[in-house]
Design a protein around this ligand. Structure first.
Ligand code: RP5
Length: 168
C-alpha cells in the first residue's frame, strides 16, 4: 500500500545528513511529506538497487540523492527507477565536491540525473526543484511557491534599502 510519502531524500552516509537536512527543512515549509534514507551505491549496492526498484510502488514521486566523493548514488537510483532523480553533490572530499558534481552531472545519455550545485545551496535548490515538479499536479503548491518567491523579492528590497541607508 502507498505510504503517502512524496519525496525520498537519500544519502550515501549519515555524514551527509547535516547538509541534506536543508532539503527536508524546505519541504517542511511547504508541508510536503518526505523520508530520509541512507544507502550507498558503493558500500551497499544490492540494497540501493532494491530500494530504487521499490520507490514507485511506494508512491514516491521525486527522489533527491546527495553523496560525496565519486558520487554514483543518484545515477544508480536513476538506472533502477523511472522517477525523476535530483542529485546533490556534497563537499566532503579533498576535491571539495567538484568530483561529485562531475560524477552526477556527467551521466551518459539515456539515464538523466538533474544535478544541482554543490552543498547547502544545492540541497535547498533540490527541494525547490522537487516542489516545482510536484506543483505540476498541485495548484496549491504552485501558489505557495509563488508566495515564497514574492518573499524573496521583499527580502532583496529590504537588503538593498539597508545597504543604501548604511552608505548615506
Ligand atoms: C559517500 O562517501 C557518502 O555520500 C559520503 O559523502 C562520503 C563519505 O562517507 P563516510 O565515510 O563519511 O561514511 O559515499
Amino acid at each position: 500500500m502507498a505510504e503517502n510519502i512524496l519525496v525520498s531524500i537519500v544519502m550515501g552516509s549519515d555524514s551527509d545528513f547535516e547538509v541534506m537536512e536543508e532539503t527536508g527543512k524546505i519541504l517542511d515549509e511547504f508541508g510536503i511529506s518526505y523520508e530520509y534514507k541512507i544507502t550507498s551505491a558503493h558500500r551497499s549496492p544490492d540494497q540501493a538497487i532494491r530500494f530504487a526498484k521499490d520507490l514507485m510502488g511506494r508512491g514516491i514521486k521525486v527522489v533527491i540523492a546527495g553523496a560525496g566523493y565519486s558520487a554514483h548514488l543518484p545515477g544508480v537510483l536513476a538506472a533502477n527507477t523511472l522517477l525523476p532523480i535530483i542529485g546533490v553533490p556534497l563537499d566532503v572530499s579533498p576535491l571539495k565536491g567538484i568530483d561529485s558534481l562531475f560524477s552526477m552531472g556527467q551521466m551518459p545519455p539515456g539515464i538523466p540525473v538533474a544535478t544541482v550545485t554543490i552543498g547547502r545551496a544545492g540541497a535547498k535548490n533540490a527541494a525547490l526543484f522537487a516542489i516545482e515538479i510536484l506543483g505540476l499536479e498541485d495548484k496549491r503548491l504552485q501558489k505557495q511557491l509563488q508566495t515564497y518567491r514574492e518573499a524573496m523579492v521583499s527580502n532583496i528590497e529590504k537588503r538593498d534599502k539597508s545597504l543604501r541607508d548604511r552608505k548615506k
